[in-house]
Design a protein around this ligand. Structure first.
Ligand code: HEM
Length: 336
């Protein structure tokens, strides 16, 4: 006669392996990866628009010093001469912490994901770009205030944000939707490379137009670069026409190369964003630069950076796509 199983041996055979608390936490963080990457990208775009509100309301020196708002206080004080401008500038400084928190969350979630999936560790260096960029922006923002809104500092502040929007887009696509190159054809790669270079030139020229116009920082000192606003605006628009030609060329070469649908979809979105942004550009130019349109143009510049990056990455493939895709698949198989 065999002895009945004791309660302890019976449950040992049936019970699943206990989940360690650390594994559970890593699992939750890894699952949050995609939402956190989306929030980070949205935050990087939105801070460009709120920074624009500071400029467009002439509040750039609302807090006349940095890192304190006024000498002796990190927060605005009632007696300050800057009126409500101080609240706008201080509000934007506070938003930096929200954007910073999203960037830190990216590092935490990517770390958890790398530990769980054994994905390449170099992804961690890549994931640190937003948080390092926010720190850099805090310094560039400080230099902007301490140089009394020098136009080159204002332009650098904007352009660093564009780099952060691009990097955040690449991170999201690389980790959430890894893809192989859409086409290895040299014509496709040449067009997409030219597109990225001309996009950078359009953005840089845009900041020169801003620095030569009425919205260059505070209402008291317009046209800080001192260039003729009409001439630089037309130069900026000419570069945009070159860009439109390249976007059309990209759509055609992707079709001729029978490239992956993902790249063709990005290229079509890029055309839509470019045409809308161009329409806003001409409208604001011919209507005397109303603040709302200038803010919309800044949002458009960020969305254009996002879509150019998406198109480039769809054509060239996301970084380490094979390794990332393999890690994702192995975890899905293990947990199934
Ligand atoms: C792909 C299309 C375009 C892009 C990506 C683009 C991008 C930009 C950028 C990045 C700025 C500087 C924003 C800042 O420093 O805060 C700017 C400013 C400006 N852009 Fe464009 N732009 C485009 C099309 C156009 C067109 C077609 C015009 C027509 C003339 C135009 C007119 C202007 C003007 C007048 C400003 C100065 C606004 C101000 O005073 O703040 N843009 N643009």
């Amino acid at each position: 006669m065999t002895a009945p199983p004791t309660p302890s041996t019976a449950s040992a055979a049936a019970a699943p392996a206990p989940v360690r608390p650390l594994d559970a936490v890593l699992g939750v963080l890894a699952r949050l990866l995609t939402p956190v990457l989306v929030v980070n990208l949205v935050a990087q775009v939105l801070i460009v628009v709120t920074g624009g509100v500071v400029r467009l309301t002439g509040s750039g020196l609302g807090c006349p010093t940095w890192p304190q708002c006024v000498p002796g206080s990190y927060t605005p004080v009632v007696q300050q001469a800057q009126g409500w401008h101080k609240d706008i500038e201080f509000g934007n400084r506070m938003l930096t912490f929200a954007v910073g928190a999203a960037a830190v969350a990216v590092v935490v979630c990517v770390t958890a994901w790398v530990v769980r999936t054994r994905a390449p560790k170099r992804l961690l260096a890549f994931a640190a770009i937003p948080v390092l960029g926010v720190m850099l922006q805090a310094v560039v923002g400080g230099i902007t205030v301490l140089t009394d809104l020098a136009p080159a500092a204002v332009a650098a502040h904007f352009l660093v944000s564009m780099v952060l929007v691009a990097a955040s887009t690449v991170l999201l696509l690389a980790l959430a939707r890894p893809v192989a190159p859409a086409s290895a054809r040299v014509e496709v790669r040449a067009v997409v490379g030219a597109l990225a270079v001309v996009a950078a030139a359009v953005l840089a020229l845009g900041t020169v137009v801003t620095g030569s116009g009425p919205h260059s920082g505070d209402a008291a000192t317009p046209s800080r670069f001192g260039f003729d606003p009409r001439t630089v605006a037309w130069l900026h628009a000419d570069a945009v026409w070159l860009f439109v030609g390249l976007v059309l060329a990209l759509i055609v070469v992707l079709r001729l190369a029978d490239a992956a649908p993902r790249a063709r979809t990005w290229a079509r979105w890029l055309l839509v964003v470019t045409l809308l942004q161009g329409a806003i550009g001409y409208t604001q130019y011919f209507t005397g630069l109303p603040g709302a349109l200038v803010a919309a143009h800044m949002l458009g510049a960020s969305l254009l950076t996002l879509t150019v990056t998406g198109a480039v990455v769809a054509v060239t493939g996301t970084p380490w796509h094979a390794l990332v895709a393999a890690s994702t698949t192995s975890v899905a198989t293990t947990s199934a």
